[in-house]
Design a protein around this ligand. Sequence first.
Ligand SMILES: *Cc1c(COP(=O)(O)O)cnc(C)c1O
Length: 392
Amino acid sequence: MGPHRTIYLDAHATTPVDERVLAAMLPYFTERFGNAASKQHVYGWEAEAAVEGARTEIASLIGAPPREITFTSGATESINLALKGVAEGSNGGGREIVTVATEHRAVLDTCRTLERRGWTVRILPVDRHGRLSIEELAAALSERTLLVSVMLANNEIGTIQGLQAISSICSARGVLLHSDATQAVGNVPVDVNALGVDLMSFSAHKMYGPKGIGALYIRETTPRIRVQAQVDGGGHERGLRSGTANVPAAVGFGAAARIARSALPQEPARVRDLRDRFVRLVESTLGDVVINGHPDFRLPNNANITFPGAQADGLMMDMKDIAVSAGSACSSGAPEPSHVLRALGLAPELARATLRFGLGRLTTEADIVYAAERVADVVMKQRERRIAGVPA
Ligand SMILES: *Cc1c(COP(=O)(O)O)cnc(C)c1O
């Protein structure tokens, strides 16, 4: 490392494992290594109890009973299971799925696969703040619509969708609602009953748990929501997701959920204050910047800022001691500007002049002050070079 440690402002890509989470996990790699499906001895019982304890912690974080939680390998798998599983479980060939232009690739690409399998997919636009219009959604639903998928909080611009209103419309029209809540769970209060979602996907590594484990919430209703398993085998997770449970990861996810729940009363306000301070510092130094996303309905830890006249790639090269991203981690490296920013109506050159800042539990006031100075400095240098006619 250089003279400064690299300041991490990319919490939407991933978060570090909390040390308390790691401590809770460690025994399950070694002395408590049992298979949670071994019913005949204490190793198995111990592992099963640990997995069920974790399921209970995760369920309470979102206000659900434990039996409505299915473990997966992460939000991507949860989303695949939710969308493909509901589609295949419905015998509904030729029917329709409705989603939104700013969804994560995990949703959009899964929908594309379903389209190839004969489903109709409608992708709704958003307003310039990234919100779906309730009227537009209501107008898009038809007799053929089986499922709507709308994310709770966007991973690039932090916009929070009006899921309560969305779920009211869906349930009145007899349409199932899935939500990708990966950026919201653990960062803001999330209650599946208040939101009215039928299925919800989220992931441990976005909330200070380990990578490689996630959950799919499936509401228990009568009649039951039919979800066709996408991984067949020993019938684990009530037949929904076969394969030996990743016990240490489940334990870590459970610990992360418990810690998030205890931090939720105070942490969002702390992070929001730091984020607002950061944005004010950058704005006051540079003047000409655009803050993307909704001004009110947004994640407390997100700032997505366009720096007209600058190039995001060059900015990141010029400040390697600040870890941020342009667009989303999954698509960076690809030359196309972010589909989320394009959906807001940003011109390609402005989308390419945009950085995403993700604050987290470890972000301090000193980090924010230093990062704001560095950002303002590299943007001013780029703008000066442009004025002098030097290619960025
Ligand atoms: C990170 C993320 C995903 C993918 O989660 P994984 O657990 O890494 O598969 C999906 N949706 C959103 C909104 C995300 O931020």
